[in-house]
Write a new protein. Sequence first.
Length: 398
Amino acid sequence: MSRFRMCPTAAQELALLQQCRHARFVWNLALEQWSMRRPGKRPTPAYREQSRQLTEARAAFGWLRAGSQTVQQQALRDLGQAIKNFRAGTHGRPTWRRAGLHEGFRIVGPQAGRIERVGRKAARVLVPKVGWIRFRLSRIVPDAKSYRITRDPAGRWHIAFAVTPEPLPPPGTSKVIGVDRGVTVSAALSTGELLKCPGLSDVELLRLRQLERRLDRCRRGSRRRQRVQAAIAGLYARAADRRRNWVEQTSTDLARRYDVIRVEDLRIAHMTRRAAPRPDARKPGTYLRNHRRAKAGLNRGILASGWGALVRRLEHKAPGRVEKVNPAYTSQTCSVCGHCAPENRKSQAVFRCASCGHQAHADVNAAVNIAAGRAVSARGETPVRASPRREPQLATSA
């Protein structure tokens, strides 16, 4: 999906927000109808019936009729697709859309092709009921049949064209790379490279803490609170942009340099769940607070490292060349002799084999095991390959 930064005027921004409100209203109303279904009762209305009801609602309410019918009907189609994905088991249950968090709508059909170039680094798009809106040309505009306009919590508008990018061709060198994902080191490669996903600087983190303290003193619903929330959202958006840029550059570099990319098969959604309360043995009836606080910090570190986004982009850019390896005991197994023991891992960064004395960075040692496709049991049994295919040559240099 190709995304561009939009530059609407103040009047156009108000019109875009109105379109977002209409799409959100239609989505939530249709979602409420679907959530009222009961076994043995009459089925809830499908798209055709909901579209007819939308036409009647537009005729009865002028504020809804002022919006684009294309935007409102597409909200119904998007919900229908979300329900199908939920029933197929590929996605979660559709949720309610909230103001300030889910601001956006989609345009599909011939109207999505009304785009003109107005300069070397600028173009404009004709949005129904809004008019021509300029956006920055950071790359070539793809030939797409639909686009989505969104507004992030920092107040920035983007237009994203729905296209499937062409995969990157393999280099043909038969090289294999292993990627071990972590928190201190975002991605350790089996070649010895240690990659760190950039985040906020120390000055920005200090500014974030100051804003969060100021937010606690603001009265709810006040304009001062809104300004502080916008400043906090701007810092988080800056970190998200840096993380997205790092993921794109890293995934492109790996897809171009290696034929096979092996990563750990991690269940990130389960790993970042909220910690269950742990009873305090010293005080019956109470729970430990530091346990949940430490787990929350670990969850933030995992999400800030871009684990899931990196693998997703690798699968997009190198389809069929990404293999997932069982991560069990890869950090405790020696990549030289295969000895598996907890005492091999001395600390977060130090690995020293108790059997052969091999010493290396712990994350790099795990990445070498991942590149070899090793998955060792707790008893240190014979390693199992990631797949029955012939093992390509292991890369030893960048």
